[in-house]
Design a binder for this molecule. Structure first.
Ligand SMILES: Cc1cc2nc3c(=O)[nH]c(=O)nc-3n(C[C@H](O)[C@H](O)[C@H](O)COP(=O)(O)OP(=O)(O)OC[C@H]3O[C@@H](n4cnc5c(N)ncnc54)[C@H](O)[C@@H]3O)c2cc1C
Length: 366
């Protein structure tokens, strides 16, 4: 167990603990290391104390005690951006991870999320109504932290940044007052919060939703050494597709752990991932240049028919995802033309199932 040189004075510690509905952790006590750990495990966070707020009152209480003691308060949902918080010697780390209420107003096309809600949960709740929230490429990112920081997601080319879709923020200001920021209340602060730094500890946010009843999503992998040509092909391709196509190219290295599916385990890939707001046939046509490994070879030999068959799509089972279509399970034809040698085609045309922002995804390995 780790300890921290800064210690909350005993009487204040007892008073704060007694006033909270949630939990308080201080150095040297059981649970301390878990409480201070962020998603970025390499960031060694050592605040004076960690409060895991159970409700808005806990945020008010924490700010009041921090003011009395001359301490800072740093809100954190998941710690995906923990590095940015900096030194925490004089700081109470305020975890919002228990503030997970979600409600959808389908008529108004808005979702109200507690500050601890992650992208996947928000996406799934919205999908129940045929709606979608602007969420990023990782399902466990906090949707509030993501939106406050700008928020570039799968739907951003057609629907903008998440920050632009914030309808209102509820929070607690530095004086401990519960406030609501929107176009009519604290308009300047509201403007600054969207893409800047929130001037309050946000306890909940209202976000705009967008109609989305069908999405084809998936990824393609190539051996990492092909990254330069994959990236070049993606760059050429991305300028030709409509705004309803979100995509990214990246290098992915999978650890040699048993939990990683065999075709991926311990291997590194160049990856292109796509989310296409259209039906499977249209999506197949759009990605045909990539799927047939558009790269050097397909400039000479296009295979639209093969690619169309390869992405005919299948429905996901389960309520929230019912309207989402995904690429089919391992289809050798999908890999045809992608592998450099016949042997690697036979060995690796497999599929790993993953999740992106609440959207079912399958990856074919070429
Ligand atoms: C694996 C990964 C994938 C990512 N993918 C994308 C992506 O696709 N698109 C994209 O745009 N970004 C992406 N990001 C960046 C991500 O959006 C930011 O790191 C974001 O700040 C994470 O928010 P969080 O709440 O999860 O993280 P936290 O570290 O908990 O919070 C980050 C910051 O947000 C602010 N904040 C959080 N909660 C509150 C609150 N309640 N009140 C006031 N301020 C608050 C604080 O300044 C805090 O330091 C990614 C990051 C990672 C690590």
């Amino acid at each position: 167990m780790s300890t921290n040189a800064s210690v909350l004075p005993g009487e204040h510690l007892r008073a704060l603990r007694a006033a909270l509905h949630g939990e308080l952790f201080v150095p040297g006590e059981p649970g301390w290391d878990d409480a201070r750990r962020s998603w970025q495990v390499l960031v060694d966070q050592r605040p004076v104390a960690v409060v895991v707020a159970a409700d808005v009152d806990d945020v008010v209480t924490t700010i009041a005690h921090a003011r009395r003691l001359g301490l800072r308060v740093a809100p954190q949902a998941t710690g995906h951006n923990a590095r940015a918080v900096g030194g925490l010697d004089d700081t109470i780390l305020l975890r919002t991870s228990r503030l997970t209420d979600i409600s959808v107003d389908a008529d108004a096309r808005t979702i109200r999320v507690g500050a601890g809600v992650q992208a996947r949960a928000a996406a799934v709740a919205a999908a129940e109504h045929g709606l979608a929230v602007i969420a990023g490429f990782a399902p466990t990112v906090g949707i509030v932290g993501f939106s406050l920081g700008g928020g570039l997601g799968w739907l951003s080319r057609s629907h903008g940044l998440a920050a632009n879709g914030i309808v209102a923020l509820e929070g607690v200001d530095a004086q401990g007052r519960v406030v609501r920021l929107d176009g009519d209340n604290g308009a300047d602060l509201f403007w600054a919060a969207r893409g800047g730094s929130a001037p309050v500890v946000v306890t909940a946010a209202e976000l705009r939703l967008h109609p989305l009843t069908q999405l084809v999503a998936g990824g393609m992998l190539w051996p990492l050494e092909r990254l330069p040509e994959v990236a070049a092909a993606w760059r050429e391709w991305v300028g030709t597709v409509p705004d309803g196509v979100g995509s990214l190219v990246r290098a992915m290295r999978f650890p040699p752990l048993p939990m990683v599916p065999e075709p991926l385990r311990g291997r590194a890939f160049a990856a292109i991932e796509v989310a296409i707001q259209d039906d499977p046939d249209a999506a197949a046509a759009l990605i045909a240049p990539l799927r047939a490994c558009a790269l050097r070879r397909s400039r000479h030999r296009r295979r639209p028919a093969t690619a169309r068959r390869a992405v005919r799509g299948e429905e996901l089972r389960g309520g929230a995802d019912r309207r989402i279509r995904v690429l089919p399970r391992g289809d050798d034809r999908a890999a045809a033309g992608c592998g450099r040698r016949g042997r690697s085609r036979r060995t690796h045309p497999r599929v790993a199932t993953g999740r992106l922002s609440g959207i079912g995804v399958q990856r074919g390995v070429c």
